[in-house]
Write a protein that binds this ligand. Structure first.
Ligand code: GDP
Ligand code: ZN
Length: 312
């Protein structure tokens, strides 16, 4: 029998089978992922094969190849990782231009790491009801910027629910697994509650002692939405992390920078001081936005300082 893992509570996994049953399963066998050591071999979003035995217990005995997955290190020192979710179709990043302000550096870092993980991102600009004229002007400039680069944008007022763009988001969730992310305070819970009326968003987090250091295990869950879609709201996910990005790779994850960089004089151009840099020229000519270029440099600096930032 095949199904989709929709909930992970420690050693138990809830699987929704393709014929619509919900079955609690344990894992059978030793699943190993190439290249990473994981504390949980199976994650929400995994497509799995399950077997039922006579005693009425069920086991996951096979995981289908993932199209993507997001991980978090169990701790900074450990090489072990925790897989938070697999097979995401998209991520909705909830942002606000004020109350609180989400910086473009945060947005761009998030977008770049999502590119690295091959997860398409859509931006949800929330709290449009609360902005003054100047803020609305800035909001439209941001929407113009990101739409041009290729990131779809929504304008919503989550607290007012349908009719303010929330229904457009609902429509967009159909048939997909969507991860919700965003700074705390931007209205992520309000939005999710507007999308899932009657369902209280519940997330559980427990701490366990493991080896020498304490680490937190986040239990993940997907909620089903109308039209055969799922949403994931995992508190542990602040960003995708940038730990496995090489310096010369960073520019690949800014689509408009990557495109222009084909015309740089040097193949390994980092777009800072090199002569014949097409990216810097494009910034000067306002073909690439100053704020995006600043974010790019910001990520590059981190890399130079050897900083690790899982969450920003
Ligand atoms: P979260 O931390 O991202 O989950 O944010 P919450 O959903 O808890 O919302 C944080 C605060 O913003 C709460 O006081 C909400 O009532 C408020 N809020 C959420 N959405 C909106 C909105 O569309 N407009 C306004 N003005 N306030 C909102
Ligand atoms: Zn260059």
């Amino acid at each position: 029998m095949k199904g989709l893992v929709i909930k992970n509570t420690g050693s138990w996994y809830q699987v929704k089978t393709d014929d619509g049953q919900f079955i609690e399963c344990k894992i059978k066998g030793n699943f190993r992922l190439k290249g990473i050591r994981s504390t949980n071999p199976v994650a929400v979003g995994d497509r799995v094969q399950i077997i039922l035995n006579q005693e009425g217990t069920a086991f996951i005995n096979e995981i289908e190849d993932r199209k993507n997955y997001i991980i978090r290190r169990s701790s900074n020192l450990s090489k072990q990782s925790h897989i938070l979710a697999a097979n995401l179709d998209q991520c909705m990043l909830v942002v606000t231009v004020n109350y609180p302000e989400t910086s473009t550096i945060f947005i761009d870092r998030f977008l770049a790491s999502a590119e690295a993980y091959r997860v398409p991102v859509k931006l949800v600009f929330n709290k449009v009801d609360a902005y003054n004229e100047e803020e609305l002007h800035y909001l439209d400039a941001l929407i113009n910027l990101y739409t041009h680069i290729g990131y779809p944008c929504f304008k919503v007022s989550a607290k007012d629910g349908d009719g303010t763009g929330v229904d457009a988001i609902k429509k967009d969730l159909e048939g997909k697994i969507t991860l919700f992310s965003g700074h705390s305070g931007v209205g992520k819970s309000t939005l999710i509650n507007a999308i899932l009326p009657g369902t209280k968003v519940k997330t559980g987090e427990i701490s366990t002692y493991h080896n020498k250091g304490m680490h937190t295990t986040t239990f993940s869950e997907m909620f089903s939405v109308d039209g055969d879609g799922y949403i994931i709201d995992t508190p542990g996910i602040k960003g995708f992390g940038t730990f496995d990005m090489e310096e010369e790779e960073i520019g690949h994850y800014f689509p408009e920078i990557f495109k222009v960089s084909a015309d740089c004089k040097y193949g390994n151009c980092t777009h800072r001081h090199e002569p014949g840099c097409a990216v810097r020229e494009a910034v000067e000519r306002h073909l690439i936005s100053e704020s995006r270029y600043t974010s790019y440099l910001n990520m590059l600096e981190d890399k130079e300082e050897g900083k690790y930032r899982a969450a920003y």
